[in-house]
Design a protein around this ligand. Structure first.
Ligand code: NAP
Length: 276
């Protein structure tokens, strides 16, 4: 088994994830895994970094596929005995003018952004080694979507005692409510992406709390963040930040020094903790 530190970035064949891998290749003292659901796109991205003189390793990972997540888990367990840095970056968003029915958009978006990210955490968090870092890429849209929720929902999502099961029930309810066209009546905002990212931010707060309760001595720091508005296939060419600039906050959180006791369980943008 290798003692080399290891970092894994989900959805990193392009966009912000690719830029996070690029930065980690330069700054992380260990093996960096670029992962992608499509091995061809993943290997191509690794080759692109190679041309820049950077050495990333590749492993397949489709966060919608539990088998794929478990294959990565088993690989990391066997080769490294765990992992040191996990960046949950993979995500999707329908374009504003997409005519796919809202209920379908809700189901598909929540499936990857919330349920897929949660499955990765369920399988990989137990493997994170002491002094490890976990970064869940959320969005400022989670904050604005929270503001668009009913007072009752806002109270639940801001609660310091909400459980992961309760959060899963709420995310499932959103999808069900969209199918019955009652989501607005039930207090939800009209944004599937926004609700999925509320899920990612709240999940991060819960997971950090669980780490405090169950693994306090391990000094693991886990946060959600927003990369900013970044020029990628998702956000388009008018966005204000380059992918490398978008990678800055996630990489800052992934590389917090071992003597740092925070941020932890926070929502961070521009390297600054934001009020949730
Ligand atoms: P992007 O260019 O569209 O890249 C998304 C990445 O996620 C791609 O590598 C994609 O792979 C991958 N992915 C999607 N579904 C996946 C799955 N099921 N399993 C594994 N990988 C999957 O988007 P981006 O702008 O870089 O976004 C990265 C993250 O930042 C997302 O979580 C996004 O919500 C968040 N974010 C972005 C912005 C922004 O302004 N761009 C702002 C706030 C937050 P394929 O190539 O195979 O599709």
């Amino acid at each position: 088994m290798s003692n080399v530190p290891v970092a894994v970035v989900t959805g990193s064949n392009k966009g912000i994830g690719f830029a996070i891998v690029r930065a980690l290749c330069k700054q992380f003292p260990g093996d960096v895994y670029l992962t992608a659901r499509d091995p061809g796109r993943g290997q191509e991205a690794v080759a692109k970094l190679q041309e820049e003189g950077l050495h990333a390793l590749f492993h397949q990972l489709d966060i919608d596929d539990l088998q794929s997540i478990r294959a990565l888990r088993d690989f990391l367990k066997e080769k490294y005995g765990g992992l040191n840095v996990l960046v949950n970056n993979a995500g999707i968003a329908f374009k504003v003018h997409d005519t796919t029915p809202f209920a379908v958009q809700a189901e598909v978006t929540l499936k990857t952004n919330f349920f897929g990210t949660r499955n990765v955490c369920t399988e990989l968090l137990p493997l994170v080694k002491p002094y490890g870092k976990v970064v869940n890429v959320s969005s400022m849209v989670s904050s604005s979507a929270l503001g668009g929720c009913s007072q009752q929902l806002q109270q639940k999502f801001r609660s310091d005692t909400i459980t992961e099961d309760e959060l899963v029930d709420l995310m499932t309810k959103f999808v069900e409510d969209t199918k019955k066209s009652v989501h607005e009546k039930e207090g939800w905002p009209n944004t599937a992406y926004g609700v999925s990212k509320i899920g990612v931010t709240v999940l991060s707060r819960i997971q950090a709390r669980m780490l405090n309760e169950k693994r306090k001595g391990d000094h693991i720091l886990l946060n959600a963040c927003c990369p900013g508005w970044v020029r990628t296939d998702m956000a388009g060419p008018k966005a204000t930040k380059s992918p490398d600039e978008g990678a800055e906050t996630p990489v800052y959180l992934a590389l917090l020094p071992s003597d740092a006791d925070g941020p932890h369980g926070q929502f961070v943008s521009n390297k600054t903790v934001r009020t949730w």
